[in-house]
Design a protein around this ligand. Sequence first.
Ligand code: CU
Length: 130
Amino acid sequence: MKVISALLLVVGIVTASSVAVHAAAQDYAFEAVKLEVRSGAGSELAVRLIHKPTGKPVEGAIVIRTRLDMSPDSMEAMTSEVAPESSTEPGVYRFRGDLTMDGNWALKLQAKVQGESETVQGTVVFTAKK
Ligand SMILES: [Cu+2]
């Protein structure tokens, strides 16, 4: 009986800590500053990183990985280069990409946020039109 309750305690602790760790990265969300963008070369894509519990923009995050593709329109293999741009607005991260086709483009991001050990991930879908 003692062994079982000790085991349950251990399971409880492990579950609680993994939930806590998971909640941390999921406390953040990337969202489009403007969903509709111009199609063509060198289109600007701006995203805002939000800390969900407070609703506040997150400054100083370091975007470590990006991918721009047309997966929302079932064209996962259709990718485009995306390059970071400087931004002066707090919590807003700007990029430039070649949106070579009208339709929906997913900007997939991985970022490091200060004070957060887990990598924050997000996908923002932009609609490109002429
Ligand atoms: Cu396409």
